[in-house]
Design a protein around this ligand. Structure first.
Ligand code: NAG
Ligand code: NAG
Ligand code: NAG
Ligand code: NAG
Length: 305
């Protein structure tokens, strides 16, 4: 993240300046633009790569995500495709579109962004930014056009595969450098839907579950324990797929003020309900009364909060 963060930052400045003003939030209170949800007013998605439930649950930092009363460990959550890309599509569009590879796809379908925007719910996908336009190459590039190695990949940034996003400069402006997350918190301008993809080291793709876990500890824990930030928030930390098994059982943690606290405030509370990655769009749709994409979101089980 460091390398590309710094280098892409300059390229992203124009898009920051031209972005529509977002509602104030977090440390600075809330403004009028906020669209109240049934269970949460903000959804934070953070996705890691290529490890099964049993590999992840033994890592103290991933397991530690639910060591708090306002959290649930999902013990029965399944990815819906292989390799990575179809699972990313599932989280935003409720469908794999029959994709079974990590190649470049340009899809005509709708995403959760179509539903969110219709209700005025603000959003950002982080990080991917190239000169303020939708970046469609296979790998991220420096401002001088040189490919950035081991940073971000198009396949991990599912929104850019959708034509109705590629063709919409306002939507491209919402796909931003990772630094904007920290800036938005400092500025009190975090959007209500945040789709956050760590780089290929931090997401465990080029490294290990332990490396990803350490990144959770060093980068995310301070935010996840920030009371103002987590109030009325639902954070969902998961993995895109289990590379090693057919059944695709993955780790999932729900965290934040949106998660109900059981009497006696026990920690490490589990939820054994069978869920899939299609449960994610369903949960968001139910929360803001967005309707359905008409794909596999429709009959998916929403997360119990
Ligand atoms: C919850 O799980 C974590 C990780 O396994 C563990 O370190 C912690 O002690 C557990 N907390 C409780 C209250 O059992
Ligand atoms: C999603 O739903 C369609 C039918 O609506 C089905 O053909 C498809 O196999 C489902 N599964 C995935 C993983 O997209
Ligand atoms: C492009 O920029 C990067 C980062 O500053 C640098 O490492 C690389 O050598 C540059 N490549 C060229 C061809 O100038
Ligand atoms: C945060 O505020 C600073 C100072 O006003 C501004 O330069 C920056 O663009 C803002 N960041 C975002 C993500 O809006």
């Amino acid at each position: 993240m460091k390398v590309s963060g710094i280098l892409a930052a300059a390229a992203c400045l124009t898009s920051i300046a031209s972005a529509a003003p977002l509602e104030l939030w977090g440390h600075h209170g809330q403004s009028n633009n906020l669209v109240k949800g049934k269970s949460f007013d903000r959804f934070l998605f953070v996705v890691f790569e290529n490890a099964g439930y049993n590999q992840v649950i033994v890592d103290p930092n991933f397991a530690g995500l639910t060591d708090r009363p306002d959290a649930r460990l999902l013990t029965n959550l399944y990815a819906v495709g292989k390799p990575s890309l179809p699972n990313y599509f599932a989280t935003i569009a409720g469908s794999t579109f029959g994709v079974r590879d990590d190649a470049e796809h340009n899809l005509g379908g709708m995403t959760i962004v179509d539903l969110l925007e219709a209700k005025g719910v603000s959003w950002k996908e982080l990080p991917l930014c190239s000169q303020g336009t939708c970046y469609l190459g296979a790998t991220d590039v420096y401002a001088n056009g040189t490919a950035v190695k081991s940073s971000y990949r198009r396949v991990d940034n599912p929104f850019v595969s959708f034509i109705n996003l590629q063709n919409n400069p306002n939507r491209c402006d919402k796909i931003v450098n990772a630094k904007e997350f920290e800036q938005d918190i400092a500025n009190g301008t975090l959007p209500q839907f945040i789709y956050y993809i760590p780089n290929l080291k931090n997401n465990a793709h080029d490294t290990s579950v332990a490396y990803g876990g350490n990144y959770v500890k060093t980068f995310w824990n301070k935010y996840l324990h920030d009371k103002a930030l987590m109030k009325n928030t639902l954070a969902f930390f998961t993995f895109d797929e289990d590379e090693d098994t057919e059944h695709n059982h993955i780790f999932g943690a729900l965290i934040g003020g949106a998660v109900s606290v059981k009497p006696g405030s026990p920690k490490n509370v589990t939820d054994n309900t069978p869920y899939t990655l299609f449960s994610m769009p369903k949960t968001i749709e139910d929360n803001w009364n967005l309707g359905s994409l008409g794909t596999n979101d429709t009959f998916a089980t929403p997360f119990k909060l």
